[in-house]
Design a protein around this ligand. Structure first.
Ligand SMILES: Nc1nc2c(ncn2[C@@H]2O[C@H](COP(=O)(O)OP(=O)(O)OP(=O)(O)O)[C@@H](O)[C@H]2O)c(=O)[nH]1
Length: 339
């Protein structure tokens, strides 16, 4: 990471007109093994061929070798192995703690990106393999919100199309995507990956036609499929508005339509999500101000009490001094009388 001294204070605001000039931030999430890192690597090389280089960030503290060139890498600031040792944590706990530590300095990251934002059109972010470590954690939320307050931000949720051929796995992915969308309150693109092995057409059909999905579930008589069936009905509205595309991170197919989906997401960010983000920021600011005002009031009343105590002490010291000199005068008077 660049030196902290270079970092300007981040002005965490973005307006609808400004958002068109700012780089679009793409946060890549997905279940373990869905191909996120391969996807990020492909996206970076696709963007550098298509327009110019993207600004890349690795947020996976546990990755051994990052296959894409990262401008900011969590591993430069937080040593995952040392976190494990120092706090006696297992792998998942250490990932969470590393992210927590990194989130505390994320305003500096925003400052660094803002300094360079004229040089690129996209910020690409890879997240940890354990999806919940980022998507459901407080630090993940802090990082996502900081980015969304400063740049048009879109979530790309990567799905392993081959595994999603199982209707229960497909539904789990859809529920996860939906919960991420609700949690982040940001536009989301579902990228069906590994389409070099299997086309994602079946998934599009399942989303359009509930009976087709039901047919696929019929071969599975487990309780899980009963749950999937009823959950699928709930997801109909989500499917109708879902921004999705098929890609292969391995071969590079589908990245033109991915970019279109991201651009559509960035438009939605400006038109639909930004007013809500601004409202949340205003509430946060008001809460922060209330907290600061309360602290100032407490400080001032403590200071007043200290002043009163100091004054009382001054008066009692003066009284003691007067008494002491009175006693001395009385002693010498007694001596005179006795003589
Ligand atoms: N055929 C094919 N394989 C892919 C594709 N994308 C990724 N893979 C393979 O899928 C496996 C997992 O890919 P990764 O990029 O490590 O996935 P990940 O989601 O980052 O994995 P974790 O960070 O460990 O959760 C690797 O063996 C990749 O080579 C693709 O588009 N097509």
């Amino acid at each position: 990471m660049e030196s902290k001294a270079d970092t300007p204070d981040a002005e965490m605001t973005v307006s609808a007109s400004q958002s068109e000039d700012k780089p679009t931030c793409i946060i890549v999430m997905g279940m373990a093994g869905s191909g996120k890192t391969t996807f990020v690597k492909r996206l970076c090389s696709y963007l550098s061929e298509k327009e110019n280089k993207s600004y890349n960030i690795n947020l996976d503290p546990a990755v051994i070798q990052s296959p894409f060139p990262a401008h900011i890498d969590i591993r430069d600031s937080v040593k995952y192995k040392q976190v494990m040792k120092k706090y006696q944590l297992g792998p998942n706990g250490a990932i969470l703690t590393s992210l927590n530590l990194f989130a505390t300095q994320f305003d500096q990251v925003i400052g660094l990106i803002e300094k360079k934002q004229g040089d690129f059109k996209h910020i690409v972010i890879d997240t940890p393999g354990q999806i919940e470590a980022f998507s459901m954690s407080a630090s993940g939320q802090v990082i996502t919100e900081s980015l969304a307050c400063s740049f048009p931000t879109v979530i790309v949720y990567v799905i392993d199309t081959v595994r999603a051929e199982n209707p229960n796995t497909f539904l789990s992915n859809m529920l996860y995507a939906l919960s991420i969308m609700y949690k982040t309150k940001l536009p989301l693109v579902c990228a069906f990956n590994k389409t070099d092995i299997l086309s994602h057409e079946f998934a599009l059909t399942w989303m359009k036609d509930f009976e087709e999905f039901e047919d696929a579930l019929n071969s599975d008589k487990s309780y899980l499929s009963t749950l999937s069936r009823s959950m699928s009905l709930v997801l109909q509205e989500f499917y109708e508005n879902l921004n999705s595309c098929g890609v292969s991170a391995m071969t590079g197919i589908g990245f033109d339509s991915l970019l279109e989906s991201v651009q559509k997401g960035a438009k939605e960010y400006a038109e639909i999500f930004l007013p809500d983000i601004k409202q949340r920021m205003a509430i946060n600011e008001a809460q922060k101000k209330e907290f600061e005002d309360k602290n100032i009031q407490e400080f001032e009343s403590d200071k007043k009490e200290e002043e009163i105590e100091a004054k009382a002490k001054e008066e009692s010291d003066e009284l003691n001094n007067n008494l002491e000199s009175m006693y001395k005068d009385f002693d010498s008077l007694l001596k005179d009388v006795n003589q």
